[in-house]
Design a protein around this ligand. Structure first.
Ligand code: ADP
Length: 509
């Protein structure tokens, strides 16, 4: 039997999964760890916690699945992107890692833009604008604020690549995660010596870059002993959590898109060429598929908007759900279904935490617009769900405008659990949406990469085709689709009308 392990170093915990060559999941386990916020806007973790959670979760999975060590033919690594681990000359961690959601680097983003010769030139070099979460601004922050620590730094690693170092002793990364550092020449799939030069960052600080399914090293004896695995077991490149999650959803062909409506929303499209939005509204990164790329739009509060409603205004639904022993979202979506599509002119703007795509505006705020005496609770909820779904459509529209075809939309995340919300997505996107038979996300994706990279499949596309298939398809209802098509443009207008007011209100607080 051939078994592949996928290890995903997430923000709340490390999830390890064991997969048979056929794609069947044998076992999975998650081990959690804390997140530290020593100052407002700071977000840090101890890399040692990731390593300990890796050991623990791998051992749990081997035990739970009764897996023999000689059957494990390969390991794949995924994880939260953009984080930064700083190591000294003895390969010890210098300070806690700064994470993807850390917000301390606004000044360094400006510094990068100016050193690169402006936003447009930066996007030309590395395909993306500087965002506070990315790795490059974190490196500059260390240099500007903790110069002694910076002087001691000999190696900088992303979260999953730190775990790779502990497993194999190699300093290595792969193209999909490296894209999120802002230091990769995304087109050529190697470090951008040009930008590194402009920022005066020594290339030797960065690990070697592999393709995602390439073997980047093998388990050394000490790690093998700790994990209860065989020395020499290959570890493939793996992928950043978004690219790895897309592999786990089989988003590995031109025209296939995923729309994940979870707390945040992500629209992810495979692309055969580097397609760059000159305004930088969507990310353009290397895909975990050899020689391919992806573009990705992010809605900060998609399902999160409905969660806010449930927590703040949904006591009646929560009570009723307890009585009926169902999920409160089921009651809430039933209430929404009482209102007509379009919510009788009521709109909701889902910018409860600012927005990333398409507006990249931290000052944007949420709103119901167009309230009248006719509106009741069903309209409030339906409009909210429509607003979150229009935001997802905004991402789709940008992607379509970038020469990336959208032939098949695969929906996932909490929002896809509801038939009502799946139908609304089909009606608002204006095309069929489908679900697939795999729901395990990034850990599954990197287990597939491990299978492909160690020879069980020709490549990751073949691995996905062999293991993942469509489970259900929801078609749009022609009349409702027409209604939403008519209403959608006004949604975009409302943001523009309110934009300057949001800012003024916050400045006057
Ligand atoms: P996360 O993104 O935090 O990992 P999920 O993918 O489970 O979490 O998404 C959670 C969101 O999905 C909730 O905030 C809610 O908006 C939505 N959701 C979850 N279950 C349902 C449901 N049964 N019906 C409608 N929406 C749901």
């Amino acid at each position: 039997m051939a078994v592949y392990l996928g290890i995903d170093i997430g923000t709340s915990g490390t999830k390890t999964l064991a997969m048979e060559e056929s794609g069947k999941i044998l076992a999975s386990a998650t081990v959690e760890y804390p997140l530290y916020s020593p100052k407002p806007g700071w977000s840090e973790q101890d890399p040692q916690d990731w390593w300990l959670a890796t050991i623990k979760s791998v051992k749990q999975v081997l035990k739970q699945g009764k897996i023999k060590k000689e059957d494990v033919k390969g390991l794949g690594l995924s994880g939260q992107m953009h984080g930064s681990v700083f190591l000294d000359k003895n390969q010890e961690v210098i300070r806690p890692a700064l994470l993807w959601n850390d917000q301390r680097t606004a000044a360094e983003c400006d510094e990068i833009e100016s050193k690169a010769g402006g936003r447009k030139k930066l996007i030309k070099l590395v395909a993306n604008p500087a965002l506070t979460g990315f790795t490059a601004p974190k490196i500059l922050w260390l240099r500007n604020n903790e110069p002694r620590n910076y002087a001691r730094t000999k190696q900088i690693l992303l979260p999953k690549d730190y775990v790779r170092f502990r497993l194999t002793g190699e300093f290595a990364t792969e193209v999909s995660d490296a894209s999120g550092t802002l230091l990769l020449d995304v087109k050529k799939r190697c470090w951008s010596n040009k930008l590194l030069g402009l920022l005066e960052i020594d290339t030797d600080l960065l690990p070697q870059v592999y393709e995602s399914e390439e073997v980047s090293g093998t388990l050394h004896s000490e790690a093998a002993k700790l994990l209860d695995l065989l020395e020499g077991t290959p570890v493939v490149g793996g992928g950043g959590d978004q690219a790895a999650g897309a592999v786990g959803n089989a988003i590995v062909k031109r025209g296939v898109i995923s729309a994940t409506l979870g707390t945040s929303g992500v629209v992810f499209a495979h692309s055969d060429d580097v397609e760059i939005d000159p305004e930088g509204r969507v990310h353009t990164f290397c895909h975990a598929v050899r020689g391919k790329w992806h573009v990705m739009g992010v809605v900060l509060s998609a399902g999160g908007s409905l969660q806010w409603y449930r927590n703040q205004l949904g006591e009646d639904a929560v009570r009723e759900a307890r009585k009926q022993k169902v999920d409160p979202y089921e009651i809430i979506t039933r209430q929404a279904a009482e209102a007509e599509p379009g919510s009788e002119g009521l709109y909701f703007l889902p910018y409860l935490a600012g927005e990333r795509t398409p507006h990249a505006d931290p000052h944007a705020r949420g709103a119901w617009v167009g309230l009248s005496l006719r509106h009741g609770r069903p309209h409030l909820i339906r409009a909210l769900m429509e607003g979150a779904t229009y935001a997802m459509r905004d991402c789709l529209e940008i992607i379509k405008g970038m020469n990336v075809p959208v032939n098949e939309i695969r929906v996932s995340g909490g929002g896809a659990r509801s038939e009502f919300w799946r139908q609304m997505q089909a009606d608002i996107y204006g095309q069929s949406v489908c679900t697939i038979n795999a729901e395990e996300g990034p850990a599954y994706g990197v287990a597939l990469l491990a299978a492909a990279g160690t020879g069980a499949y020709k490549d990751v596309v073949e691995a996905c085709t062999a293991t993942i298939s469509v489970k259900s398809t929801t078609k749009p209802v022609a009349k409702v689709k027409r209604t939403y098509n008519k209403l959608y443009p006004m949604y975009g207008q409302l943001y523009k009308s309110l934009k300057s007011d949001y800012r003024t209100i916050q400045e006057n607080l």
